[in-house]
Design a protein. Structure first.
Length: 145
């Protein structure tokens, strides 16, 4: 189950997604989750002031593609976040916007495999000169209920 939620506080939006598995997750589900987790970590590591959005998207997308699931990654890696939940820039294949220091963005790669399920992990980060400051503190481990 993919749970995408957030809140609005003092007119600013948040956004977070976690994947929850009902029951004990099998080896295949765990492996797919790990692909997405590693893609998210690679995208976060690519974030810093001056980097173009497409480079952040590529960091996640290439990992997912190399693992054999590229056709199941059907959206962008993230988006700007502020007064609206979805703002510019888009961390997408063709977006050449340079990330400015202080920008708040989401990092949310995901794959959706027919017959198995969807997997997405989304965190909010602040773009800093030397990297990403992750604001989301919720654990990223696959939650089994």
């Amino acid at each position: 189950m993919v749970l995408d939620h957030g809140a609005i506080l003092a007119n600013y939006a948040s956004d977070m997604t976690r994947t929850v598995h009902l029951g004990a997750a099998g080896r295949r589900v765990r492996a797919l989750y790990q692909v997405v987790l590693e893609a998210q970590q690679r995208a976060v590591a690519a974030v810093r002031a001056g980097v173009v959005c497409s480079a952040v998207d590529r960091a996640a997308r290439e990992h997912i593609r190399r693992c054999g699931f590229g056709r199941y990654f059907i959206h962008s890696t993230g988006h700007g976040l502020g007064i609206e939940v979805h703002e510019i820039p888009r961390l997408a294949r063709r977006d050449q916007t340079k990330l400015p220091a202080g920008a708040v963005i989401t990092i949310e790669p995901g794959i959706y495999v027919p017959g198995i399920g969807g997997f997405r992990i989304e965190d909010v980060v602040v773009v800093r000169e030397r990297g990403a400051e992750v604001l989301t503190t919720t654990p990223r481990a696959l939650l089994e209920l």
